[in-house]
Each structure stands twice: as C-alpha cells, then as structure tokens.
Design a protein around this ligand. Sequence first.
Ligand code: PLP
Length: 389
Amino acid sequence: MINIDTSNRLKKLPPYLFAEMDRIKKKAISEGKDIIDLGVGDPDKPTPMHIIEQLYEAARDSKNHRYAMDMGLLKLREAIAAWYKRRFNVDLDPESEILPLIGSKEGIAHIPLAYVNYGDEVLIPDPCYPPYKSGTIFAGGVPYLMPLLPENNFLPCLDAIDCQVAKRAKIMFLNYPNNPTSAVATDEFFKKVIEYADENNIIICHDAAYSEMAYDGYKPPSFLEFEGGKDTGVEFHSLSKTYNMTGWRLGFVCGNADVISALRKVKSNIDSGIFQAVQFAGIVALESDQSNIDKLIAIYQRRRDVLVDGLNSIGWKVEKPKATFYVWIPVPPGYTSNELTKSLLEKVDIVTTPGVGFGPNGEGYIRIALTVSEERLQEAIDRIKRLHR
Ligand SMILES: *Cc1c(COP(=O)(O)O)cnc(C)c1O
C-alpha cells in the first residue's frame, strides 16, 4: 500500500467551499426532494441542430479520426477571424493571432505556465472565475487579488494595486461581462487598462466568455477593439455559452501574436489538439445564421426579469444585470453568503452559489444562474417567500 503526499501546488489550491453544499444537495436528491438547481452556469437548452448535424457528418469522415494539428484547422481560424471582423470590426491574422482551445478554461488555466516563474504575482479579480487562481498556483505563481466592489461597479481599481507588485507582475486577468458579478466594463475602463498594462509591462488576459450574452440591446465590446489592445494582451472566447455547447469543449484565444505563440508552445507539450469533427461543428456555429443567439438572449432576459422583479417584490434589493446569465444578489441582513445558501438548500430545496466561494470579496452575495425555466424561477421565488415566514 503506497502512501504519498500530494504536491504543494495541489495543497495550495483554495479550499473547495462547495463540498458541504454538494453533500447536502446529494442527500436531498436521494431523499426524493424536488431541488431547484440555480447553482451551475450550464445552459439548459440543447445545441442548435445544424451544429449537431455537422458533427455527425464530420465524425463519419475518417480524415477527422487522426490527431489534430496544435494550431487547429486553418478553416476554423479563418471562421474565427471573419466572426471577429463582423462582430467587433477587429482584424486578426489566422496564422499568428488566433489559437483554438479545448474550451477557453483550458487556455486560461495553461497561460500562466508560459510566463509565470516561482513566486511571481498574477493580478486576479476578486471575486472571480476560479481557474485564474488555480492556473496561477499550478504555475508556481501567487494570486494578487484586485477587489471588485459595488461602489466601483465591480471594476478593479487600478490605482489601488501596489506599485511594486504592478512592476513585477506579468499577467492581469480580467473578465467582462463578468462572472460572478454580471458587471460590464466601460470603454474608459478598457482604455485605462491598456495604458496601465503598457506602463507596467503586463499582459492583459481578458476572458470574454459572455461577450454575446447581453440584454436590453447592449453589445459588449472586445478588449481588442481599443487602440493598443493587441499590443498589450489577448482575449479568450468560448462557444460554450453562445451556442449551448459547454460539453463540446471549444473556445479560442486571440490577440497578441507573441502571447499566442507562447501558449501554443505550452499546449503542444500537453494536449494534441481538438477533435476535428468538433472543429468543423464550430465552423458551422460561427458561420451560420446567428438568430439562435437572439432567441437565447430573449429567453434569459425574460428569466432575468421574472427572477429580479420577483425578488424585489419580496423585499430583496437586486439590480437587473445587463449581461451574463447570472444574477449577483446581495444577501439580506442577518446572513453570511454561506448561511443564506445553506438555508435556501435545507429549508426550501434551492441550490445557489455562495459569493464567498469566488473569493473573499464575494462575501455578502449569492449567485443565481438563469439556467432553469421561468416557471421554475417563479416557483423558486414562491419558496423564498416561505423562507421569510
Ligand atoms: C463558462 C465560462 C468560461 C467558458 O469555459 P469553456 O471552457 O469555454 O466552457 C470561461 N470563463 C468564464 C468566466 C466562464 O463563466
């Protein structure tokens, strides 16, 4: 019987705050309780049929059964470049400025390996999507947290970053529209970020997974639209949320050619590309009629309104998010975010995510995902009313 201690890097990962929640949730399900799961950000609708048909066809072609190229199919990179041009009016060179990923999480988690040495700080928003931290720790880096506070509209205050840290740091992660706060960034903010990155010699890694998930006519910009964007960083995109393709694992990173090349070198030593049939399906997703996205947005927008209007009607103070399929909800007085999440699950069978699970500045909030039907959201509100009685 062997008995081997795990690596220090595994031990350094933030504690798994959802363990207790998972346990309570599993127990409730095994007892036959009718759980409303508003926890995970995973679309409930299927992938559009024309994308599935393309996978089916490409999977039959034996040419697609072999190892894929580490850069991905040129046709996919060209489709990405064309989509980017149409959507953001940004020119990208398919040969040097675009790298397909096995889901954007994969690229996000690996990019610190390309630049971070032992003990280097990486600038990370707090609260945040967890892979920014775990990728940093796996590379031997140290997360330096930039608080996202309501008084600053959940944008990090660049002037509050320690000057010495800023001089040393090589990477800053940003994410707008934001998970978990659902905040959006202003043009002024992106311009300031570019200036800051240029001054301090920092690579901006902007995660734009929710660039297409926005409401009330708002169209989130690309970080690369702004002057100097491509000189200072890269942008991560995902087909997961836009096309209901979370399980397919397809995303891409684009922008600064040196950064793309460094990440490609890391990846060529770790993975062996993306199943080509999935790449062909991705091409169809990007090139076909995009009206499915408008329909999807309309669905989430109606759900958002049901949830936020409902919560406000019972005295909670919640704002309507402009983007993402999350609602970031200040916990009513008398609870911590963990306590509220636990009460909702134990007393009214609703799963939510405690804000503190995304970092210390998530305390005081819970996150709800709009990935269930309007009827279920209404049912959730009726149950929450009971919690107050
Ligand atoms: C969902 C999500 C992603 C997308 O991940 P994939 O690996 O492309 O499925 C990336 N960033 C954030 C903030 C997300 O919420």
